[in-house]
Design a protein around this ligand. Structure first.
Ligand code: HEM
Ligand code: HEM
Length: 166
């Protein structure tokens, strides 16, 4: 971890944040297609063409998230992240740190459990699927917190994830 805190997120960190966020939303919205495809194959039925396309996209997007997360973790260790706004109460800083940490855990665990379920051990699919509600709850809290900062506190936190201002 970088010892001194930078004053901003770098352009690369911002780009990775939004790219990964878009891919995660895609995975959550269309993830059921790969489950449908697997079920059809297991029952010896033909796989729907759209499900087949989305199932392949699920695997590619999942591995893309894993590769991008490795780059993101590397940047976080080298560049660091800006400190929480000065007026932020200690409990809110703690919740923010826990939420960001959980995001990192989920963003590595989801592609890894998905790959294990797909290539090695179909039973791991249950653990993989359980990550869907975890992601949804975390994203809801995260987006509400971002909107709270933007609309109520107006402390510029949202801007830090839009462009690298000094
Ligand atoms: C949907 C998937 C999303 C994921 C997985 C995600 C994940 C994260 C993570 C892990 C961080 C911590 C920064 C880091 O360590 O790289 C972060 C920061 C941030 N995110 Fe998201 N995010 C998502 C969506 C969003 C959305 C939709 C918004 C806006 C409405 C948003 C706004 C922000 C802001 C403003 C920060 C900076 C917080 C700060 O300054 O400390 N994120 N996000
Ligand atoms: C961050 C990356 C990923 C996310 C967010 C994600 C998310 C999801 C979601 C939401 C579902 C549907 C769950 C349901 O039907 O309720 C699913 C199913 C599935 N995913 Fe992923 N996934 C990711 C990466 C991967 C990867 C890399 C693979 C394979 C190489 C994979 C393989 C599967 C399989 C096989 C299923 C069906 C599981 C079953 O039916 O038991 N996923 N995923």
């Amino acid at each position: 971890m970088s010892t001194s805190s930078p004053s901003n997120y770098s352009l690369a960190q911002i780009t990775l944040h939004w790219l990964i966020a878009a891919l995660v939303v895609f995975q959550l919205v269309f993830g059921e297609s790969i489950a449908h495809a697997e079920r059809a194959l297991a029952r010896g039925r033909a796989v729907d063409a759209i499900d087949l396309f989305l199932a392949n996209a699920h695997i590619w997007a999942g591995f893309a998230i894993l590769a991008l997360m490795i780059a993101r973790l590397g940047l976080r260790i080298r560049h660091g992240v800006p400190p929480a706004p000065e007026k932020e109460p200690a409990y809110a800083v703690l919740v923010m740190k826990a939420a960001h940490f959980l995001f990192y855990v989920l963003l590595f665990a989801a592609p890894i459990t998905g790959a294990i379920a797909y290539y090695l051990l179909p039973e791991a699919g249950e653990i993989h699927e359980a990550m869907k509600p975890a992601f949804i709850v975390l994203i809801a809290i995260h987006v509400l917190a971002a909107l709270w900062h933007q609309v109520i506190l107006r402390d510029g936190v949202m801007k830090r994830m839009i462009r690298p201002i000094p």
